[in-house]
Design a protein around this ligand. Structure first.
Ligand SMILES: Nc1nc2c(ncn2[C@@H]2O[C@H](COP(=O)(O)OP(=O)(O)OP(=O)(O)O)[C@@H](O)[C@H]2O)c(=O)[nH]1
Ligand SMILES: [Mg+2]
Length: 370
């Protein structure tokens, strides 16, 4: 056996073991619900390609579950796609993979593919509010993003929290995955926002959101020195137009930026991965790509800081707001907004200025008389 073949066999063996580990993680007695994973990242960073790659590796065959393409899905407003069981049904698995995963597929993570320029740049308070509510499990499954944005436009920021007062355990995001194209700039505003909400706490000092932050450094095949592993000699995966190979030193530079911005220094092995996607559905299977995807799925299924599926479907009592309270809050928000819009602020300022001058005049006269 040649050295290359030997290495290939070793990775195949590791992949078999990884699949068994994933099955074991699904069967843990404390796993009562699937992880909920939110993929965020700039347009074109490779989120949808990742989902298709995950589908392919679990099912054993090629899938185009999520829409991909350079700039094709790069719209301004939010699009949110939800993939339960990593987007797969039992009957979609090949025979070999069905024997392995059929009985545990319902415990595979739910993946959210979020796209939209405004949101990934965190341009407005409205964008922030929607992402935070999604992370907190407030937004019911299937709610239209257009509906959320219309409600915000009508009633302003803060209203959605009152409209959807119930946070549900099974909807809460347990892992936020930042998909980062190492050849592009680091999305600072997005990363900062995620770190900020991750450190929010309530008035009892308890963290409000319990999710792990994970970095995927995508398009690792575009590192000059690493490329050969991901390209089959017989069935070439062509270098696409616009793809540029750059040296490992540039990649490592970017990796350092990621570690610093996400406070992952020393934790990069556990909380990040160097990723490559299948970008052409006709490409032959590649053990190295499968290896990365299986490691990622395993990482997504490891218990996180909030513990594995620790709770029931009951709404979190600390987040519960009574319908009456919610109605009162909605009325109060509306009333303040109307008053604010109706108020003639120039006259109010003139009156305040007149009052200040009068009081000062009165006090000065009093001091002078004494
Ligand atoms: N070379 C290489 N190209 C990739 C890889 N992953 C994705 N791409 C390419 O990058 C482009 C964008 O990929 P998408 O998966 O559509 O990116 P996205 O993050 O979903 O983009 P939006 O939906 O616009 O937010 C496509 O042309 C992919 O073929 C990869 O691992 N290697
Ligand atoms: Mg996409």
């Amino acid at each position: 056996m040649s050295g290359e073949q030997e290495r290939f066999e070793k990775v195949r063996e590791e992949n078999r073991k990884l699949k068994m580990d994933i099955v074991e993680l699904c069967k843990r007695p404390d796993r009562t619900k699937p992880e909920v994973v939110l993929l965020l990242g700039k347009s074109g960073s490779g989120k949808s390609s990742m989902i298709n790659t995950i589908c392919r590796v679990i099912s054993g065959k090629s899938f185009q579950r999520a829409v991909t393409g350079r700039g094709a899905a790069g719209s301004k407003t939010l699009t949110l796609q939800r993939f339960e069981q990593c987007g797969l049904k039992d009957f979609e698995l090949t025979e070999e993979n069905r024997d392995l995963f059929e009985h545990v597929l319902h415990m595979f993570p739910t993946l959210y593919d979020a796209a939209g320029r405004e949101y990934m740049d965190m341009e407005s308070d409205n964008c922030k509010e929607i992402i935070e509510l999604l992370i907190g499990g407030y937004i019911p499954k299937g709610t239209s993003v257009q509906f959320l944005e219309d409600k915000q436009r009508e009633h302003g920021p803060g209203y959605l929290k009152v409209y959807f007062p119930e946070s549900r355990e099974e909807r809460k995001i347990t892992k936020v995955v930042l998909v980062l194209d190492w050849q592009s700039s680091f999305p600072e505003a997005l990363a900062k926002y995620i770190m900020d909400i991750g450190s929010k706490y309530d008035d009892r000092g308890q963290p409000i959101y319990l999710f792990d932050v994970f970095a995927v450094l995508s398009k690792y095949d575009l590192v000059k020195e690493e490329r050969s592993d991901f390209y089959d000699k017989d069935n070439n995966r062509d270098q696409k137009q616009g793809d540029e190979l750059k040296p490992m030193t540039s990649f490592q530079e970017f990796e350092k930026t990621v570690a610093e911005n996400l406070s992952l220094e020393g934790a990069m092995t556990h909380n990040s991965i160097r990723w490559v996607s299948y970008v052409d559905e006709h490409t032959d299977d590649n053990v190295s790509i499968d290896n990365i995807a299986l490691k990622f799925i395993k990482q997504m299924m490891e218990p996180n800081c909030s513990g594995v599926g620790a709770s029931s479907d009951e709404p979190d009592p600390s987040n519960r707001v009574s319908p009456f309270q919610a109605r009162m809050e909605i009325m109060a928000i509306k009333w303040f907004r109307e008053m604010y819009n109706k108020t003639d602020w120039v006259h109010v300022l003139l009156v305040v200025a007149w009052l200040v001058v009068t009081v000062l005049g009165f006090l000065t006269a009093k001091v002078y008389n004494n």
